[in-house]
Ligand binder design. Structure first.
Ligand code: DMJ
Length: 615
């Protein structure tokens, strides 16, 4: 069934995509779905069987039962170790046991002596006293060697970069297993009910995941998915798709796969899709409609408005420009450049900050006076910088708009919390400051760092470092160690907590923005704390969102580690972005998708930075 997105828009305010996919309620689940515009998803209500499966797996499942889970996670850790590591651990454990047995007589003798057990224990911690006891020389030696062995043991089991890479690969395989078993060829996995949901009916998760598999070296999985693209993927379908989402996930995914693999199939598919998306630009203003029917070649705005979302119309440029470069057909680049040209001179900006809506008839901003770096505006800022880099840093208007916007951010949106002076980005609504930050805004540290790496002011990097800390705090201050969708910040020092979460904002959709920024921050600073933060996040995803049989799920409540409330939905960006950025964060190979050669689109699909033209 299709949901009435227009009606739901009025009902729900929160947005969940970096460019707000309007909320629609799935009443049978009693929770929000993060989709919107008129390309709202077609959802299948769970069957009776699905419901039973959900009920059984929730409170008693391995994933949400702490005790059992801990045992399971030890076992999983054990299974993650290589054969050599396992043998070494067993050998060391055996050695420890032997040494323990050997030292047993002297310890018991000592305890049976004049001292009370408590005294003896205290004495044993101080080596000079120990050396005065009977048999102390042997005991001391035993303790020293046990200590060394124990340290060795810790070294062996501690997680180095290779273990972390393998752990991300395992997470990907696990997510993929769920998708393959229950949602193959469909848009998204519902891992608890072991079913799927459709949005566009284009195998969204499969396509979003392709380049991640390539990067992780999962050759078999990649080959199998490629066969599906070759045999099953058809864009000749009477279906309404959202221009932005289809561009960043599918067009971006196909283009990136073409570059990584050199396989012509992906370019052919990208060309077919690109040409089918073009009707979206046939509007009075040339600002594209949000939705296109890729089978019929018709386009339209959402049912309830003739506005498009600013981030949506300004975050399709990397992909369309690249398509023109590859096909030598200028029309793709022309239509998206026209949008940027119009927005460049448009009235209604506030020191470079843009409103959230733009009208497809008049080409003017609407709902003026509200400014955010979160949903509906976010990737506008990201794509200003990235287009400038993609094109060889020659398009001055893009740079000018980006630099002005960051000044606007600093002037109007940056504040510090009262309790711990955490720097955050708030929102402005008709000159009223709101200390609210979407998790989506956590893309910004990465983007700022990328700009600084490309020669932009050093204070952009300072801000990046501070915001990265705040995004990290949005995770660590939660009981599950996972960030809420939206955080509110305390401005008074007497408030106690920096991060406050409203009941409606406590969900986590497995989003990538923080790990995305951690990847950039690590690449540019080599500060290993960023890797450690990413590692903690991966472990918490494993602890609270992993479904035993396969797949990961969004959760309802990051503040409740006992019942985080699985939502039965694995977003395609978890495989396309979150796990990819984690993998790149832990990889020591700095040449793997070098940031001097590639630019990542907003769905983490790498596209080449254009070679400069011969002089
Ligand atoms: C992704 O589709 C993209 O990163 C987009 O820019 C924002 N929303 C999701 C991830 O959160």
């Amino acid at each position: 069934m299709f949901l009435d997105c227009g009606r739901k828009l009025e009902k729900t305010h929160a947005c969940t995509g970096r460019t707000c996919k309007l909320h629609a309620e799935r009443s049978w689940e009693g929770q929000d779905a993060n989709r919107g515009s008129s390309s709202c998803k077609r959802m299948y209500p769970p069957s009776r069987k699905d419901f039973i499966s959900l009920t059984l797996s929730d409170p008693h499942s391995h994933a949400y039962n702490n005790g059992k889970h801990r045992r399971q996670s030890c076992w999983r850790k054990w299974k993650q170790l290589s054969r050599l590591q396992r043998s070494l651990i067993l050998f060391l454990l055996a050695l420890l046991l032997i040494l323990g047995l050997l030292s047993y007589p002297s310890i018991t003798e000592q305890w049976r002596g004049k001292q009370s057990p408590l005294d003896a224990q205290l004495t044993c911690t101080r080596s000079e006293s120990v050396s005065n006891l009977h048999g102390a020389g042997f005991l001391e030696e035993t303790q020293t060697s046990s200590f060394i062995i124990f340290r060795l043991f810790l070294f062996v089991v501690s997680t180095g970069p290779a273990d972390r890479l393998e752990a991300v690969r395992d997470a990907f395989r696990h997510a993929w297993k769920g998708y393959k078993d229950h949602a193959w060829g469909h848009d998204e996995l519902k891992p608890i009910s072991k079913s799927f949901s459709e949005w566009f009916g284009l195998g969204l998760t499969l396509i979003d995941s392709l380049d991640t598999m390539w990067i992780m070296g999962l050759k078999e999985e990649f080959a199998e998915a490629r066969r599906w693209v070759e045999k099953e993927l058809s864009f000749d379908k009477n279906v309404d798709v959202n221009l932005f989402e289809t561009t960043i996930r599918i067009l971006g995914g196909l283009l990136s796969c073409y570059h990584l693999s050199g396989d012509q199939l992906f370019l052919e598919k990208a060309k077919d899709l690109g040409s089918r998306l073009m009707p979206a630009f046939k509007t009075p203003s040339k600002i594209p409609f949000s939705d296109v029917n890729i089978g019929k070649g018709t386009a339209h705005p959402p049912r309830w408005t003739s506005d498009s979302t600013v981030a949506e119309v300004t975050s399709i440029q990397l992909e369309f420009r690249e398509l023109s470069r590859l096909t030598q057909e200028p029309q793709y680049q022309e239509v998206v450049n026209e949008v940027m040209k119009m927005v460049h001179t448009l009235p209604g900006k506030h020191d470079g900050l843009v409103p959230m809506f733009i009208n497809t008839n008049s080409g003017q901003f609407t709902h003026k006076g509200v400014f955010t770096l979160g949903a509906r505006a976010d990737s506008y800022y990201e794509y200003l910088l990235k287009q400038w880099i993609q094109g060889g840093k020659t398009e001055d208007d893009l740079l000018e708009d980006y630099l002005q916007a960051i000044e606007g951010v600093k002037k109007h949106l940056v504040r510090k919390t009262g309790p711990n002076m955490l720097t955050f980005i708030g929102e402005l609504s008709h000159n009223r400051f709101n200390a609210k930050m979407d998790h989506l805004v956590c893309f910004l540290p990465g983007t700022l760092a990328l700009g600084a790496h490309n020669g932009l002011p050093g204070d952009h990097m300072d801000l990046a470092v501070q915001l990265m800390e705040t995004c990290h705090q949005m995770y660590v201050q939660m009981e599950t160690g996972l960030s809420p969708e939206i955080a509110h910040f305390s401005l008074q020092s007497s408030d106690g907590r920096d991060v406050v979460v409203k009941p409606a904002d406590r969900h986590n959709l497995l989003r990538p923005e923080t790990v995305e920024s951690l990847f950039y921050m690590y690449r540019f600073t080599k500060d290993t704390k960023y890797r450690d933060w990413g590692w903690d996040i991966l472990q918490n995803f494993n602890k609270y969102t992993k479904i035993p049989d396969g797949g990961y799920t969004s959760i309802n409540n990051v503040r409740d580690p006992v019942n985080p409330g699985p939502r039965d939905k694995m977003e395609s960006f978890f495989l396309g972005e979150t796990l990819k950025y984690l993998y790149l964060l832990f990889s020591d190979d700095m040449k793997l998708l070098s940031l001097d050669k590639y630019i990542f689109n907003t769905e983490a699909h790498p596209l080449p930075i254009w070679p400069s033209p011969p002089k």
